[in-house]
Design a protein around this ligand. Sequence first.
Ligand SMILES: [Mg+2]
Length: 270
Amino acid sequence: MEQAGVRIASAAMLDFCGQTMQIASPDDDAAALRAGLDAHLAPTDGLVCTEEPILPRVFISDMDSTMIGQECIDELADFAGLKDRIAAITERAMLGELDFEQALRERVGLLAGLSTDAIDECLATRIRPMPGAKVLVDTLKKLGCRTVLVTGGFHHFADPVAAQLGFEHVVGNRLEVADGRLTGGLVGAIVDSSVKKATLLAEIAAVGEGATSLATGDGANDIPMLEAATYGIAYHAKPKARAAANGWIDRGDLTSVLRLLGIPEKDWVR
Ligand SMILES: [Mg+2]
């Protein structure tokens, strides 16, 4: 890990209270390194890599519980008096215990008849950016990185969230609306884990094959995207997503991503 671009051994970049440090595996065993960190130092923020991290050209992120602190559909369900019921399904879907599309269609179906005014009120009163989200997006964008928000949630929420945080492109699901009310259906094909990964690969191809990429997410439907990115960072994530990613943030906020990538605070956009 001493020279950029030169493979030395598996090492973990760690963010400890704002200071970045490296711990190398003496026998080049990334799995043993992670197990040791989890056993003795948890909670940590880390990124296992075999070369000094470099600035990504593509940044793709999940929205719910990653870029915002909420699950939109659970908050929206509260306006229909169904929060407990719908949140229980969301939790199981994000843990990877349910088929994503089936679980999504079931929850959206339960919201049939809800006024779109509830979406606007939900956005205004419930949905808040995750700490560090805007600094992360603005900084990466300033440094020349393409920024994309990809969500299994809905454009009704993702478009204003993306505008607020500075994402350049949004991929999400569309709630069907008729006469100012949700029909309980969705428009078009579903954004699931395979679409998230395909979006990442298309963005990489647009920048140039082999471009360095960063993905952040927290749920089971983020796993293929996290695995396909150069740096896949699981943010306060469900266990399956955390295990699949080469990076994890268990204690800090989203600015830890910048520290793990070695981007100094003087370059951050605040
Ligand atoms: Mg999520």
